[in-house]
Design a protein around this ligand. Structure first.
Ligand SMILES: Nc1ncnc2c1ncn2[C@@H]1O[C@H](COP(=O)(O)OP(=O)(O)O)[C@@H](O)[C@H]1O
Ligand SMILES: Nc1ccn([C@@H]2O[C@H](COP(=O)(O)OP(=O)(O)O)[C@@H](O)[C@H]2O)c(=O)n1
Ligand SMILES: [Mg+2]
Length: 206
């Protein structure tokens, strides 16, 4: 009956039905997540969804959450997962693709548990760009994208949040054998060679 069919089509239905490949891309601020995601998109046909980019677009769009998001980003704090997950779900559904790099998410336990609960999806694997703080700090201070959080005061707060809230998520997935750790302190091309080896020749575009 039509009504039964309709009731089954909840907001997550289309996500579950497509059974997408989800790769979480994690690493400290400035470790090179965005840079390497662009390379992976080019070579392997994934759709890149940066949680930070989606949140910044939400501020620009004049959404009612905009001011709250802006204040949290300025302080290096993690936005409630409800907001971020809605943006990710919308982007996933609009993409038409079935393989995604989710960059900068999940950033804490709340992000992780909520995504799993709402979508029922576990990542295929987690790419972890491991980089020393001194190198990340140098990169962030010369990123020149006009970001309000790329100043030394906010950068220090973001490093603290990474250590206290994001690393435990990486450890959680590591215990499940899902983490592919890459030494991100090397030049972009070398880091990408390691990333390529993780994605493997099988999924490379012809
Ligand atoms: N391997 C690398 N070596 C040197 N600079 C890099 C490297 N990867 C990225 N960068 C630069 O560092 C800055 C931060 O990189 P980005 O990809 O935005 O990192 P994230 O998304 O993890 O914060 C950018 O200016 C980028 O051009
Ligand atoms: N899952 C996420 C991702 C980002 N953010 C916010 O967005 C900021 C910038 O995230 P980003 O991923 O663009 O930053 P980088 O690690 O790329 O430098 C974070 O410091 C958080 O304030 C969040 O609240 N929740
Ligand atoms: Mg980024």
């Amino acid at each position: 009956m039509g009504s039964v069919e309709t009731s089954n089509k909840d907001t997550n239905g289309s996500l579950l039905n497509k059974n997408p490949t989800i790769v979480f891309v994690l690493g400290g601020p400035g470790s090179g997540k965005g840079t390497q995601c662009a390379n992976v998109v080019e070579h392997f046909g994934y759709t890149h969804l940066s949680a930070g980019d989606l949140l910044r677009a939400e501020i620009k769009s004049g959404s009612e959450n905009g001011t709250m998001i802006q204040n949290m980003i300025k302080e290096g704090k993690i936005v409630p997962s409800e907001v971020t997950i809605k943006l990710l779900q919308r982007a996933i559904q609009e993409s038409g693709n079935d393989k995604f790099l989710i960059d900068g998410f999940p950033r804490n336990e709340e992000n992780r548990a909520a995504f799993e609960k709402v979508t029922g999806i576990e990542p295929t694997f987690v790419l972890y760009f491991d980089c020393p703080e001194e190198e990340m700090e140098r990169r962030l201070l010369s990123r020149n994208q006009g970001r309000e959080d790329d100043n030394i005061e906010t950068i220090r707060k973001r490093f603290k949040v990474f250590l206290e809230s994001s690393l435990p998520v990486i450890n959680y997935y590591d215990a499940k054998g899902k983490v592919r750790k890459i030494d991100a302190a090397r030049p972009v091309e070398e880091v990408f060679e390691s990333a390529k080896a993780v994605f493997g020749p099988k999924t490379e575009k012809a």
